[in-house]
Design a protein around this ligand. Structure first.
Ligand SMILES: O=C[C@H](O)COP(=O)(O)O
Length: 248
């Protein structure tokens, strides 16, 4: 791994004026400029964000992608080729909110992953267990099953994000021991079973804030963070980026 990557997932938030103010402030923030950073606005604002980010070191990410890889009659869908065309470098795939609210299953996610890499995008594939699965001590089995779809991507460039569902937007952060345990497990599984290279990045996501970022980034098994709520606030996001840069 070369440095920590911080991706801000705006989820379904933003408006033209607010995005302009946020991206202007991010561009003016030295810590953000010095770190490896991407932002993932909603589809509607990707073009606006791409224009505002031009010439900066902040990459563009999409929050989802269609599983259909050819243009055609798929109302409401946005293809990987379109995302690449507007300047996206990364695309989130399999976020727990997509799995939960849109019933995205592994067959669909495998198609999305293939579509993304075929278009030259870097997928950020999200995995993580629910609270019930953690309490039943089934979390590693659940994560192994989620990781299995990555077998088809051996030799391709991708990122994995570990996001325990119980820590997303709840203020409950996994302990550093819990994070390290799962990240080591994910890295070992990817290396041994799915042909990943040692440089594979595993990001942590789930209530990452300015005041816990140092501890999370101090783990060698953590390749960066997927930040939700705190990515909408320039000061918090800047401090998270600063913590990421410090641990390089
Ligand atoms: O994609 C981001 C994650 O779902 C984490 O969200 P959060 O930082 O608001 O907990």
């Amino acid at each position: 791994m070369t440095g920590k990557l911080v991706i801000g997932n705006w989820k379904m938030n933003g408006r033209l004026a607010a995005n302009l103010a946020l991206i202007d402030a991010l561009r003016a923030d030295a810590a953000v400029q010095a770190a490896q950073v991407a932002v993932a606005p909603p589809f509607a604002y990707l073009g606006q964000a791409a224009a505002l980010l031009a010439g900066s070191n902040i990459a563009l990410a999409a929050q989802d992608v269609s599983a259909f890889d050819k243009d055609g009659a798929y109302t409401g869908e946005v293809s990987a080729a379109m995302l690449a065309d507007v300047g996206c470098r990364y695309v989130l795939i399999g976020h727990s909110e997509r799995r939960q609210y849109f019933a995205e299953d592994h067959a669909l996610l495998a198609r999305k992953l293939q579509a993304a890499v075929a278009a030259g995008l870097i997928p950020v594939y999200c995995v993580g267990e629910t609270l019930a699965e953690r309490e039943a001590d089934a979390y590693k089995a659940v994560i192994a099953e989620q990781l299995a779809v990555l077998g088809a991507l051996a030799g391709r460039d991708y990122v994995v994000a570990y996001e325990p569902v119980w820590a997303i937007g709840t203020g409950k952060v996994a302990s550093v021991e819990q994070i390290d345990d799962v990240h080591q497990y994910i890295r070992a599984t990817l290396l041994q079973c799915h042909g990943a290279s040692d440089s594979i990045r595993v990001l942590y996501g789930g209530s990452v804030k300015a005041d816990n970022a140092d501890a999370i980034f101090s783990l060698q098994s953590v390749g960066g963070a997927l930040v939700g709520g705190a990515s909408l606030d320039v000061e918090s996001f800047g401090r998270i980026c600063q913590a990421a840069k410090k641990t390089v």
